[in-house]
Design a protein around this ligand. Structure first.
Ligand SMILES: [Zn+2]
Length: 347
C-alpha cells in the first residue's frame, strides 16, 4: 500500500462547527467512528502520510444574494450562505484546533513544518498535518503571510468562493485575475515556500499565478469541467498550463456530475490521465468539507480509496501511475517549495 497525500481536508471545520452539515457526529479522533470521513484508525488503515489540513475561515450567514450566486455558479441550491468576516479571529481558532489535536494525539499526528517532517511521514512515522489556509481573506496585508507562516501555515489558497483583494474567485462576476497586491502576495509566498493553491480561483487568476510563480503550484481540490460544467471545475487550458509548470491537481470527491459515486470519481481521474498524463494527478478529497453534501457512494471514508485505485487499474492505469496519484506527484511539489522553509521571524 502506498503512502497517501490528501491535498484537502477540513478537519478543523468539523470540530469547530460541531460537525455542522456533515452526516456524522463529533467524537474523539482516535475512535474508529462508523461513517466518519476519517479519523486516526482510518488514516492508519489507509496509510495516510500527509493531509493538507485546511482552515476554512468563513462564517455562516443569512444572505439571499450569496445563496443565489452560489446556486448559479455551483449548480446546486445551497442550504446556507457564507461570509468572509472576522477572518483573523476565525483563523486563529482553527490553528489552535490543529495545535490541540497534535497535543492530544501526539503519538499519531504531528505538524509538517520542515523537510525532515515530510520525509518521516512518508516513511510511515506519524501522520503529518500540513496547515493550509483556504482563502486569503485573513491577510490584511501581504506581510501577514509571514506571521501565519510562523504559526505553522505551509500552504495558501488564494480564494474561496469570494473575490479577495488579491485575486478573483471562480464565482467572480468580474474576473480580474491577480491584483497588483496579489502579485506581491505570490512573490512573498514563493519567498517563504508557502505552497500556492489555486482551488476556487478564477480562470485569469490561474493564468496569472501560473505565469508569475517561480515554484510549482497545486490546485488542491477540483475536477474536470469537460465532464461536469460547474464554476469550481477546471477547463482543459488550465490543466495544460498547470502541467507545463510542473504543478498538480487534486481530484475532488464532489463536483463529479449527476451520478455521485466512485465510478464517476474514477472517470474524472481517467479523463485527466488520458489528456494530460500521469504527472499532474493527485488527490484532494475534501473530506470534512463536504458540507450539506454526501461523500460519493463507494467512497464514504478514506479507507475506501483502495477500491478507487483498483478501479483505476481496471480502467487501464499502471501501478506506477497509481503511485504518482497516491503521493509521488504531490510530494514532488511539496518538496520543491519546502526547500525554502526556514525560521523566518526576522525581516
Ligand atoms: Zn474548498
Amino acid at each position: 500500500m502506498y503512502p497517501l497525500i490528501d491535498l484537502h481536508q477540513d478537519i478543523s471545520y468539523y470540530y469547530i462547527s460541531g460537525s455542522s452539515g456533515l452526516d456524522f457526529n463529533l467524537a474523539n479522533f482516535n475512535l474508529d467512528l462508523p461513517n466518519r470521513h476519517g479519523d486516526i484508525p482510518k488514516f492508519k488503515r489507509a496509510n495516510v502520510a500527509i493531509i493538507f489540513s485546511s482552515i476554512f475561515c468563513l462564517l455562516s450567514t443569512i444572505s439571499p444574494r450569496v445563496e443565489e450566486r452560489f446556486e448559479k455558479g455551483l449548480d446546486r441550491k445551497p442550504l446556507r450562505a457564507w461570509t468572509p468576516k472576522g477572518t483573523h479571529s476565525t483563523t486563529f481558532e482553527h490553528i489552535k484546533l490543529y495545535y490541540r489535536l497534535v497535543d492530544i494525539y501526539s503519538k499519531d499526528i504531528k505538524l509538517i513544518l520542515d523537510e525532515k517532517s515530510i520525509n518521516e511521514s512518508i516513511k510511515g512515522d506519524r501522520i503529518g498535518f500540513l496547515i493550509a489556509l483556504e482563502g486569503s481573506y485573513m491577510l490584511e496585508d501581504v506581510d501577514d503571510l509571514r506571521i501565519y507562516y510562523n504559526l505553522g501555515v505551509r500552504s495558501l489558497q488564494l480564494t474561496w468562493n469570494f473575490d479577495s483583494r488579491y485575486a478573483a474567485s471562480c464565482l467572480s462576476s468580474k474576473d480580474y485575475g491577480l491584483t497588483g497586491e496579489g502579485e506581491e502576495l505570490v512573490k512573498e509566498a514563493n519567498r517563504l515556500g508557502v505552497i500556492l493553491d489555486l482551488a476556487h480561483a478564477s480562470k485569469n487568476t490561474h493564468m496569472d499565478v501560473l505565469e508569475l510563480s517561480k515554484l510549482p503550484v497545486i490546485n488542491s481540490h477540483s475536477n474536470a469541467k469537460r465532464l461536469f460544467k460547474v464554476s469550481r471545475n477546471l477547463d482543459d487550458e488550465i490543466y495544460e498550463e498547470i502541467k507545463k509548470k510542473g504543478g498538480v491537481v487534486g481530484n475532488i470527491f464532489t463536483f463529479i456530475g449527476d451520478k455521485e459515486d466512485i465510478g464517476s470519481v474514477a472517470e474524472h481521474i481517467i479523463y485527466v490521465y488520458k489528456n494530460f498524463g500521469p504527472d499532474i494527478l493527485a488527490l484532494g478529497t475534501d473530506y470534512f468539507g463536504l458540507i450539506d453534501r454526501k461523500a460519493p457512494k463507494g467512497l464514504e471514508d478514506i479507507t475506501k480509496i483502495n477500491e478507487l485505485f483498483k478501479l483505476l487499474l481496471d480502467k487501464g492505469m499502471k501501478e506506477s501511475d497509481i503511485e504518482k496519484l497516491a503521493y509521488k506527484n504531490a510530494l514532488r511539489v511539496i518538496k520543491e517549495n519546502a526547500k525554502r522553509w526556514r525560521l523566518s521571524l526576522s525581516l
